[in-house]
Design a protein around this ligand. Structure first.
Ligand code: PGA
Length: 248
């Protein structure tokens, strides 16, 4: 099935996490001015910068997204942001179920799934994140953990869905899995997507995330079934994100 799969365009997504005030818009402008033709590129800044980032990227192929949303359309949820609010601010995608939110905010697979459904229903692309901890990998459970996360977190239909495999132990640590380990996990995620969605599962993009940088991007992005990267620390500076984009 993977052999006959049309190769999707690579998708590089910067996740700024809780970094960036107005001064950082200079980085957005610099990235927007140099998006390579052959790939799709997005930056997910904090909520407070989304609308300004959308203006800064206007007329370019740089897409702006968010890092989280609430599953409800509206209501008494102090401090939360809905999918419609993100779309209204000009975002076109949103990361859901990042391991930092699963750990810090107790987001369960069911919550992640509800958020993905809400995002997709509002016309946003949803990037659903999965990944094992170091203890789970050491115990030989990595693929089973990710399979369980997929079973619980995936939305009903694959439209506007992107997956991101981010081993928790590789995030912000400078450590990455071997290309062989990435290949094995991405093949297993691909099989789960095809089992769940049929042929449509073959064209869902699967990003790798965790300590991607300009030096290792080429090797990681060449792994079969790696359709792009979710980049944290190395996405904060335009030259670094553009170097990763060039490697794709
Ligand atoms: P990192 O973060 O690139 O800084 O490791 C990746 C992520 O958490 O999405």
């Amino acid at each position: 099935m993977t052999a006959s799969r049309a190769r999707p365009r690579k998708f590089i997504v910067g996740n700024w996490k809780m970094h960036g005030v107005g001064a950082a818009l200079a980085e957005i402008r610099a990235v927007a001015a140099a998006v390579p033709d052959q790939i799709d590129l997005a930056i997910c800044p904090p909520f407070t910068l989304i609308e300004r980032a959308v203006r800064a990227a206007a007329g370019s192929r740089l897409r702006i997204g968010a890092q989280n949303l609430h599953a409800a359309a509206q209501g008494a949820h102090t401090g939360d942001i809905s999918a419609a609010m993100l779309a209204d601010a000009g975002a076109s995608l949103v990361i859901v179920g990042h391991s930092e939110r699963r750990a810090d905010c107790g987001e369960t697979d069911a919550v992640v799934r509800a958020k993905a459904e809400a995002a997709i229903a509002a016309g946003l692309d949803a990037i659903v994140c999965v990944g094992e901890t170091e203890a789970q990998r050491d115990a030989g459970d990595a693929e089973a953990v990710v399979a369980a996360q997929l079973a619980g977190s995936l939305p009903a239909a694959p439209d506007r869905l992107t997956l991101a495999y981010e081993p928790v132990w590789a995030i912000g640590t400078g450590r990455t899995p071997t290309p062989a380990d990435v290949a094995a996990m991405h093949a297993s995620i691909r099989a789960a997507l095809v089992a769940r969605y049929g042929d449509a599962g073959a064209s869902v993009r699967i990003l790798y995330g965790g300590s991607v940088n300009p030096a290792n991007a080429r090797e990681l992005l060449a792994v079969p079934n790696v359709d792009g990267a979710l980049v944290g620390g190395a996405s904060l500076v335009a030259t670094s994100l553009l170097a990763i984009a060039a490697a794709a």
